[in-house]
Design a protein around this ligand. Structure first.
Ligand code: ATP
Ligand code: MN
Length: 315
């Protein structure tokens, strides 16, 4: 009997990218964008230096889609057995008291090694592994309810920036490659998670109090109708946010890109940077990397903020 016809060979020969063997580089990962596993690996090889500085040396979770973005994708928080050497392990005690192995990328190869495992997205903690309990950044995740225009997202990001600015804190926006913007605040590592979370909750809650028709600061879906959710919960210990320069497992292979406050008003959407545009950005200075992070928050600032918003309709 004749052998059943074999599917067309689309997987090609393995290639080596940044010293990592990438198997099936021709496998299509983003069918609409025509982007392959080899393209993803090559992108991460080029972004590796910048990503190492912004997303390295901290616990990282991976969104893996071994069969492409239309196949099954899974979010991996913990290190597995037989992991490549580019992805190191760090033991972290979780809230429950249980210690679990987390992943951390400490060298450039880690990003391509992850791509070899079908990783599309990298999600990071707000602290680095050498000082896990004192975050070096906080992030406000601006999430619009369905149907809201991107202009509402930009306005919300601007309001967060303004309030932070009033307190003397510089921030930088990042379009996520999805629908929203992350407002990122680099920090000197002095305050602990509790302080940082309380601070961000007060900022988000204060804005929701001031503009109750526009913003909400709680997860509740029902209360979000027609509003922008200022998600401060990314700033709790163990929470993650998508890493700068991560590709997103969404239509068109969009990339999360830090932009300047001057650029943001000119952008028409949060997903306008595809891989080609993202690669061009790598040739220019990253606004987030260029920031001077010599700023911090204190319990005094939290108390001050609480007083500002306490029971009033805003300062
Ligand atoms: P968008 O702009 O479209 O909202 P986003 O990256 O902000 O993009 P969200 O859905 O708002 O996406 O998610 C916020 C964050 O929650 C993500 O960046 C990610 O780090 C984290 N997250 C997403 N999915 C999971 C998951 N399955 N398990 C744990 N954390 C997740
Ligand atoms: Mn979001």
């Amino acid at each position: 009997m004749a052998e059943p016809e074999k599917p067309a060979q689309v997987s090609g020969k393995p290639v080596t990218v940044l010293g990592v063997r990438i198997t099936h580089p021709d496998r299509v990962v983003f069918p609409d964008a025509g982007c392959t596993k080899g393209d993803v690996a090559a992108y991460y090889a080029k972004a590796a230096d910048r990503m190492l500085e912004l997303a390295g040396h901290r616990p990282v979770s991976l969104l893996r889609c071994p069969d492409g973005i239309n196949g099954e994708c899974f979010f991996q928080k913990h290190a597995g057995k037989g992991f490549p050497s580019g992805i190191a392990r760090v033991e972290i005690e979780e809230k429950s008291g249980k210690t679990e192995p987390y992943m951390v990328i400490d060298d450039r190869q880690g990003f391509t090694a992850a791509a070899q495992m079908g990783t599309i997205e990298f999600h990071i903690w707000g602290s680095r592994t050498d000082m896990l309990e004192t975050p070096d950044r906080l992030v406000f995740d601006i999430d619009p309810d369905e149907g809201l225009p991107f202009s509402d997202v930009k306005a919300a990001a601007g309001d967060v920036r303004k309030l932070l600015g009033d307190l003397g804190l510089q921030s930088m926006p990042m379009v996520t490659g999805g629908k929203g913007v992350h407002v990122i605040v680099p920090l000197r590592r002095t305050a602990d998670w509790e302080t940082v979370a309380a601070f961000s909750r007060t900022i988000a809650g204060g804005l929701a109090l001031r503009h109750p028709d526009c913003y909400v600061a709680t997860m509740s879906k029902a209360r979000r109708k027609g509003k922008v959710f200022i998600d401060w919960l990314r700033n709790e210990r163990g929470a993650t946010a998508v890493a700068p320069y991560s590709i997103r497992a969404r239509k068109g292979a969009p990339v999360a890109i830090p932009v300047t406050w001057e650029e943001l008003p000119r952008l028409g959407s949060a997903n306008s940077f595809g891989i080609a545009k993202a690669l061009k950005r790598l040739d220019t200075t990253c606004p987030l990397q260029a920031m001077n992070a010599d700023q911090s928050i204190s319990q005094d600032m939290v108390d001050d903020l609480e007083k500002r918003f306490d029971g009033s309709s805003g300062p």
